[in-house]
Design a protein around this ligand. Structure first.
Ligand code: PNS
Length: 161
């Protein structure tokens, strides 16, 4: 039984995230999408909203589970008995941060290996931050996020423009 975690903030989930979720879920028995609930940064969407959007857009994937976590990723991996952490790599600029995280996590918990999936070409430059910026100016985000959640993103900015 191979269980992997795909961790992130998912504020909000993008088509790039969903692409990694779909592809990773085909390679393992169970994929847990771990939604970070650490106090540090203030997200646009609450933890419940992020979990609910992810559940909605991954509904058709039977071996994908959405859970929130706080604290260290390696501790969450221990609790869930996951042995793989999946991360998406978009451009070379992601690499240094990802390598640092993967190596630190492997020192903290040697039972966990990080596996990288390269982003599909269409999503190489896509990030939640870009999506929020476009939506905040009323731009079209349909090519960047699952259509089911577009209106939830615009709602966050309605009245602020
Ligand atoms: O996709 P993101 O938002 O950059 O995800 C970052 C995430 C959630 C993977 C990372 O911040 C994380 O694992 N946070 C949990 C705290 C932790 O374990 N920190 C040590 C990592 S070296």
């Amino acid at each position: 039984m191979i269980r992997a975690i795909y961790p992130g903030s998912f504020d909000p989930v993008t088509l790039g995230h969903l692409d990694i979720i779909r592809r990773a879920s085909q390679k393992v028995d169970e994929l847990i999408v771990g939604v970070l609930n650490n106090g540090g940064k203030t997200p646009l969407f609450s933890i419940d909203e992020r979990v609910s959007m992810l559940k909605e857009v991954t509904g058709g994937l039977s071996n994908v589970k959405i859970l929130s976590f706080s604290g260290l990723l390696v501790d969450f991996a221990r609790q869930t008995e996951a042995t793989i952490v999946v991360r998406g790599l978009r451009a070379i600029s992601d690499f240094e941060y990802e390598l640092q995280m993967a190596q630190t996590n492997s020192i903290l918990n040697s039972e966990v290996d990080t596996m990288f999936l390269t982003a599909s070409n269409d999503y190489s430059y896509l990030s939640s931050t870009t999506v929020k910026e476009i939506a905040s100016f009323g731009g079209n985000i349909e090519k960047f996020v699952p259509k089911e959640i577009c209106s939830r993103i615009y709602e966050k900015y309605s009245g602020k423009r």
